[in-house]
Design a protein around this ligand. Structure first.
Ligand SMILES: NC(=O)c1ccc[n+]([C@@H]2O[C@H](COP(=O)([O-])OP(=O)(O)OC[C@H]3O[C@@H](n4cnc5c(N)ncnc54)[C@H](OP(=O)(O)O)[C@@H]3O)[C@@H](O)[C@H]2O)c1
Length: 259
């Protein structure tokens, strides 16, 4: 692969699994240095660092972050500053699951403010603080590209997904506001919205098999998405080919949103 991102740096939240891990590998293969965060998978993070550095010869570091405490991003960025001297791309990708989404990942009549609030914090507030800190660094080098991962759960009814779906809608609108205000700094802000992708997050759905077969049936391409299906859009949005592209939501859903 041509190393088109040589000497650039990516910072992405949630790089240990699924979509985030696939993005870490895509950007490293293109020559970018990569910083990523993890929540609990410290061993996995270290394995990824060793693998990335030996395969691609780029610098790779990982930092512990809890997106339920978005202000702690500031401390993580201080650690980042000790390892890297520039930031070109920021991707807000990490998402909570398990206990943290109880009352948020549920049928409508079982929704609870606490669970919904957690998803808002992890989705919208974490994007805001992460992108603010990214902006402070990007403006020093003349610009950059910021992406929020989103999902088509705000376009297509998905059982139990109202908490995530509403907060993906919210973060997409936040992306547009950020794009409107950061353009003068030559910072572009976009979202990549994926249809159902076969990752740990989706396997945690109680009705995973049902969701999977429904997606396969609905997609004109007759398959579910793979984590690598979203990486191309991310690297495109960070390339010069996208230099006039900002404030947009790029939907990659295997055709599943049009029924
Ligand atoms: N899967 C889908 O169908 C799909 C479709 C479209 C869009 N998306 C979006 O794509 C993004 C990634 O999804 P995914 O399916 O790849 O997720 P995933 O496989 O569940 O991975 C989640 C990542 O977030 C980290 N994380 C978990 N809890 C955290 C916390 N409290 N604080 C900080 N980091 C935390 C995890 O780190 P540890 O390994 O250390 O726990 C992991 O790296 C999300 O924004 C999601 O909404 C997903």
């Amino acid at each position: 692969m041509e190393q088109t991102m040589k000497d650039k740096t990516l910072f992405i939240s949630g790089g240990t699994r699924g979509i985030g891990k696939a993005i870490v590998y895509e950007f490293a293969a293109k020559g970018a240095n990569v910083a990523f965060t993890y929540a609990s998978s410290a061993d996995t993070a270290n394995e990824i660092i060793a693998d990335i550095e030996s395969q691609y010869g780029v610098k790779c570091r990982a930092y512990k972050l809890n997106i339920l405490e978005p202000l702690t991003y500031k401390d993580v960025y201080k650690e980042f500053d000790e390892d890297f001297d520039r930031l070109d791309y920021f991707i807000s990708n990490a998402i909570i699951s398990g206990r943290a989404v109880v009352g948020g990942f549920a049928p409508f009549m079982r929704l609870k403010p606490k669970g919904l609030g957690n998803i808002y914090t992890a989705t919208v507030e974490a994007f805001v603080v992460g992108a603010q800190e990214a902006t402070k660094r990007m403006e020093k080098t003349g610009g950059g590209s910021i992406i929020s991962m989103s999902s088509t759960g705000n376009l297509v009814y998905t059982p139990n997904y109202s908490g995530h779906g509403t907060n993906k809608a919210a973060v997409e609108t936040m992306v547009k506001y950020a794009a409107a205000e950061l353009g003068e700094k030559n910072i572009r802000v976009n979202a990549v919205s994926g249809g159902p992708i076969d990752t740990d997050a989706l396997k945690a759905f109680p009705n995973y098999e049902e969701v999977k077969s429904e997606v396969v049936n609905r997609s004109p391409l007759s398959r579910m998405g793979d984590a690598t299906d979203l990486t191309g859009a991310c690297s495109f949005l960070c390339s010069d080919a996208a230099s006039w592209l900002t404030g947009q939501i790029i939907v990659i859903d295997g055709g599943t949103s049009f029924q």
